[in-house]
Design a protein around this ligand. Structure first.
Ligand code: ADP
Ligand code: ZN
Length: 746
């Protein structure tokens, strides 16, 4: 067979086209589709990914590649195909997609394996020799005894640690020819000091068994080269979804295949990892973990562990959907409704949707799990695009928590200025304190006061870069912007009119914490949000003391809403259920329903049933009422009708285009010009908005204008948008971004 002499590559630069190179004879064997290569580009060299091998090339001035990086191709053909799909679907250049497909540390190839010194014995040493040495150098003798017993090389540092001897002693032995040192690559294992207790499969209840069967049936269908629909696993919190994942992975490994488990970054806690590592503890290195706290070196090692085929299970956040596993059998997306699966920078992909497409390309099974499925996924299940598996009961048959709605309008009528803790909620907390049970207070807003206003002239302290108010943080005594991070000192007098008339209003978690501490001076109150959890260890520490019962009241943001198990929590207070409801976003109702249901799931996992207090100014809004009655079907039906009436997903796809610039006029003009061009290009099949100022008009010093497009044929719409954009020259200082299936409409 004639070997291809040419390759087509995508280089790691935004040049928006593919380039052809020739391959020198000596490198031919090592190059194939998916390989990383170093190529001459202009007068420098650049790294690139091979996307095709060619026998001929029409290109002019073809130059030879310089080198091949790595022994085997970094990307499989399936992952390349996935990348191409993403590029078209998300209206995004393939170079940008490549940034997600391969982690930076692999793309750049700068960091390699960590080298470590290993010790091993040189020859057999008998007792006499050791004793002779002991008289002159007792410590050397002690170390020699330890080394003699080694059956394989061990890291020198480790041996010195366990024997409590020093490097000098070791060097002396080497000099005497009694020990030998060698350098070798080792893996940086972020979980090296953790012990995993092996667990075995639990006996499933009837509902769980049925759901697992649906899954293994899908795996079997795929083995017979038939296709299988993705499975939506709808199960209330605590219904045993994770146990099903574990057993499904077991079944996947038994069929010789590998598995990916995606969880939201926030749920990627040591407990979660432990559950998976524990179940597969008998297989060394079976589980690789990918999360954002890995060092570059650790990321390098985990990637190779996966790429080389040693790790068979990958658990990770969003980007783990691109894990380079071979022979993939199953992709699990836990908490599939989570908006953190959406990447908010290019490529603006949604990991759930990418996972479903990857499963199709790799011919493997996909499972989407949630207690509150997204409207899109549940709709797909009702029309048969997905298969539905349902778990209606908690494993221990415990009751769902009782939801009590507190009407804040009545509290206000009673003459309370701002109800942070209503009388009812206070009473419930006091009751729990008495019974030595724990409470969680939830508010999705950080800081102490959310605005600082002058009662004389009416001036508010807004961020100089963004069109939002600055939040007052009392523990650092500063005002800060939650969008751009701008901070400033707190003025004593109004900077505008000079009067001493500043008033603080609105409240965040910091104020809830201090209010709770004031009302319950004997209680241990702690706060858990992005401000109080800046240290890496703080998060674990707080969770540990909460679990140990050292905290009575835990106040927090969404950090505490997700997937944590605390048996002694019997009360959850939702301080303000309206926060998400009034955002100008078609998903506002959905988010509120999900949040209430998820937060409520934190209560009553132990012996005592839970109670949830929902404080709201809009007690009759459907999301709150349906959540109160644990009525997913009712909520789904009414939300679906609203979406259909308004042409929103899942009935139409949306694309949000944003034009931004430091110059308001130029951003506006560019957006308006773009709308005119789009009108010509799109025809009547699609719905096109005018160019309008974004709800957040100004962010990080840039003025922002939005254009919203909607339609059913998303691939066609994406393509038309790309073509229109490519033909339009925008001024240098205007940035235009395209967000397909947007989650952020602000
Ligand atoms: P979910 O992921 O739906 O929230 P989990 O899988 O975490 O639920 O299950 C909740 C708890 O019930 C866990 O402690 C788990 O070990 C336990 N559990 C799950 N399935 C079973 C079962 N079949 N028998 C006994 N305990 C179970
Ligand atoms: Zn700002």
């Amino acid at each position: 067979m004639m070997k291809p002499r040419y390759i087509r590559v995508i280089i790691d630069r935004a040049i928006h086209r593919e380039l052809d190179y020739s391959v020198p004879e000596t490198l031919l064997e090592r190059v194939s589709v998916g390989s990383r290569v170093r190529v001459p580009f202009r007068d420098k060299s650049a790294l690139a990914t091979v996307v095709a091998t060619l026998e001929q090339s029409e290109a002019e001035g073809i130059r030879p590649i310089e080198a091949v990086v790595g022994d085997t191709p970094a990307l499989s053909e399936q992952l390349l195909e996935l990348g191409n799909w993403m590029s078209t679907y998300y209206c995004c250049p393939i170079e940008t997609v490549m940034r997600s497909l391969l982690p930076q540390v692999i793309r750049r190839g700068e960091i390699g394996w960590k080298k470590q010194l290993f010790v091993q014995p040189v020859r057999k040493v008998d007792n006499d020799e050791v004793e002779k040495l002991r008289r002159r150098a007792p410590r050397q003798a002690e170390l020699l005894e330890a080394i003699t017993q080694l059956t394989r090389p061990v890291p020198a540092a480790q041996l010195l640690r366990t024997t409590a001897l020093d490097n000098q002693t070791l060097r002396a032995l080497v000099k005497r020819g009694l020990a030998q040192l060698s350098e070798d690559a080792v893996e940086r294992d972020p979980h090296a000091d953790e012990q995993f207790i092996a667990t075995t499969n639990l006996e499933l209840n009837a509902e769980q068994a049925l759901a697992l069967k649906q899954l293994t049936d899908a795996l079997d269908a795929l083995e017979r080269a038939e296709s299988a629909r993705p499975i939506l696993l709808h199960g209330v919190t605590g219904s045993g979804k994770t146990e099903i994942y574990l057993q499904a992975i077991h079944a996947t490994l038994a069929r010789g295949r590998s598995a990916i488990v995606l969880v939201p970054e926030i749920s990627l806690t040591p407990q979660t990892v432990e559950r998976f590592k524990g179940r597969f503890a008998e297989v060394q290195d079976a589980v690789a973990v990918l999360h954002s706290h890995l060092s570059q070196g650790e990321r390098h090692d985990e990637w190779h562990k996966i790429h080389s085929g040693r790790a068979r299970i990958v658990i990770g956040a969003r980007s783990a959907v691109f894990a380079p596993l071979r022979n993939l059998g199953l992709i699990i997306i836990d908490e599939e409704h989570e908006s953190t699966y959406k990447q908010e920078e290019a490529p603006r992909y949604h990991a759930r949707d990418v996972a479903v497409v990857r499963a199709k390309i790799e011919k493997c099974a996909a499972v989407l799990g949630s207690a509150t499925p997204s409207l899109e996924s549940y709709y797909n299940a009702t029309i048969g695009k997905y298969q539905l598996a349902t778990l209606t009961q908690r494993v221990d048959e415990r009751q769902m928590p009782r939801m009590r709605i507190v009407d804040l309008r009545q509290e206000r009528r009673k003459g309370k200025a701002i109800a942070i803790l209503s009388d009812k909620l206070r009473g419930a907390i006091a009751d729990r304190l008495e019974k030595r049970e724990q409470s969680i207070l939830f508010l999705n807003r950080r800081g102490f006061s959310t605005s600082l206003l002058c009662s004389n002239c009416g001036e508010a302290r807004d961020c100089p870069n963004c069109s939002v108010a600055l939040t007052f943080h009392r523990h650092v005594a500063r005002l800060s912007c939650h969008l751009c991070g701008h901070t400033s000192t707190v003025p004593k007098k109004c900077p505008a009119c000079g009067k001493d008339a500043l008033i603080y209003s609105g409240f965040g978690t910091e104020k809830v914490e201090s209010t709770a501490a004031q009302i319950f001076p004997k209680a241990a109150v702690r706060r858990m949000d992005a401000d109080s959890m800046t240290r890496k260890e703080a998060y674990r520490e707080t969770l540990r003391s909460f679990r140990a019962g050292k905290i009575d009241i835990l106040v927090g943001t969404q950090m505490i809403a997700k997937g944590l198990h605390f048996p002694n929590v019997t009360l959850v207070g939702i301080i303000n259920a309206d926060l998400a409801l009034h955002l100008p976003d078609f998903r506002a109702g959905e988010r509120t329903f999900q949040l209430l249901t998820q937060v409520a799931g934190r209560a009553g996992r132990g012996e005592t049933p839970g109670e949830v207090f929902v404080q709201t100014y809009t007690p009759f809004s459907p999301s709150i009422q349906f959540a109160r009655h644990h009525d997913f079907a009712g909520y789904f039906q009414q939300e679906l009708e609203f979406r259909e009436r308004c042409d929103f997903p899942p009935f139409k796809h949306a694309i949000l285009i944003t034009a931004r610039s430091a110059h308001e006029e130029r951003a506006k003009f560019s957006a308006e010009t773009l709308v005119r061009r789009l009108k010509e290009a799109l025809g009547t099949e699609f719905i096109l908005s005018e160019a309008t100022p974004a709800p957040l008009e100004k962010m990080q010093g840039q003025f922002r204008f939005h254009i919203l497009l909607r339609g059913e044929a998303i691939m066609r719409l994406s393509r038309l948008v790309r073509e229109t954009l490519d033909k339009l020259p925008f001024p240098e200082d205007v940035t235009v971004t395209v967000d397909v299936d947007p989650y952020q409409l602000l």
